[in-house]
Write a protein that binds this ligand. Structure first.
Ligand code: NAP
Length: 287
């Protein structure tokens, strides 16, 4: 069996076009264009690339690019002042602080200053709590992108056995909660899980976000299962994921590639969140 490949690039393109239409409509209705403030502290090369891509996507969707940059040696107070200024600013619909922040800064305290209504990364305690309680709020971009990919391919979630590998605040935990919200039976694996491959073999839907290249081989996949690879690793031969793709593609029913799977969806969902935050600010729906 060879799996069908889930094309995140084309779905993300479609979502970005939908967002662009939504931005144009909102601008026309309320006379204000949504704006995204990305915040980069320092000059970490990978973070610079991520931020540049987010800014480009934001501009391509017709939003205002309100990027702000601070030097690597910025103090906690300087970062806090910037976040407070963006929190107050009317033209800022969404604030995204690119993580990781330099080691001398308290990243949790920085994120905590972002108002929940502008938290387009869905990382504040308020938005995490709303997700945990199943109430509306801004959801983290990567896991919500995974749900969109699953829906696009009509993957049945209700009653399905879903296994999430990884329990980070950014990906694993919100992923598990979104799958639970969709009535999947969810198992979360982590570094102390006793037999990872055996647990993963129970999955109808397997989402891997461990940050360990190739940790999931063909032996960890139930024949016909849906396999979502969130991992990104840069090597000599380009990008690869947490799943051993060549082995997995022979066993799975559906699979995401790396690159071209979850990655593009993350940026698309950031735009979705920014538009939703802007609309909510003008009393047009909930995020
Ligand atoms: P993270 O914060 O490092 O979390 C990794 C999680 O995987 C932890 O919960 C850890 O368990 C678990 N884990 C580590 N080794 C394991 C093992 N051997 N067996 C089972 N579980 C293991 O990473 P993250 O931020 O969630 O990101 C995960 C991956 O996704 C990374 O490769 C990252 O680059 C990628 N990513 C991609 C996107 C995208 O847009 N495609 C977005 C975000 C992240 P413990 O909790 O026990 O330590």
């Amino acid at each position: 069996m060879t799996a069908r490949v889930m094309d995140g690039t084309s779905l993300a393109r479609r979502i970005r076009e939908e967002v662009a239409a939504g931005v144009a409509a909102l601008t026309e209705t309320v006379g204000a264009t949504p704006g995204l403030a990305t915040v980069l502290i320092g000059a970490d090369p990978a973070s610079e690339v991520y931020v540049r891509n987010k800014r480009r996507a934001c501009v391509a969707a017709g939003m205002r690019d309100l990027h702000r940059q601070l030097p690597a040696e910025a103090s906690q107070a300087q970062v806090a002042d910037l976040i407070d200024e963006l929190a107050e600013a009317d033209e800022v619909s969404g604030i995204l602080v690119q993580l990781p922040a330099p080691a001398h800064l308290d990243a949790e305290e920085i994120v905590a200053r972002i108002p929940a209504t502008k938290d387009v990364d869905g990382l504040t305690t308020t938005n995490a709590g709303l997700l945990a309680q199943g109430r509306p709020g801004l959801r983290p971009c990567t896991p919500s992108g995974v749900i969109r990919l699953l829906d696009e391919h009509s993957v049945a979630l209700e009653g399905a056995q879903a296994v999430v590998v990884g329990r980070s605040v950014l990906v694993g935990k919100p992923m598990a909660q979104l799958l639970l919200e969709r009535n999947a039976t969810v198992t979360v694996c982590h570094s102390r899980t006793r037999d990872l491959a055996e647990t993963c073999r129970n999955a109808d839907v397997l989402v891997v976000a461990a940050g360990v290249a190739g940790i999931i081989g063909g032996d960890a996949i139930r024949p016909g299962a849906t396999v979502i690879d969130v991992g990104i690793h840069r090597g000599e031969h380009g990008l690869r994921g947490d799943v051993d793709y060549d082995k997995a593609v022979e066993v799975a029913g559906l699979i995401t590639p790396v690159p071209g799977g979850v990655g593009p969806m993350t940026i698309a969902m950031l735009l979705v969140n920014t538009l939703a935050a802007a609309r909510a600010r003008h009393g047009l729906g909930q995020p």
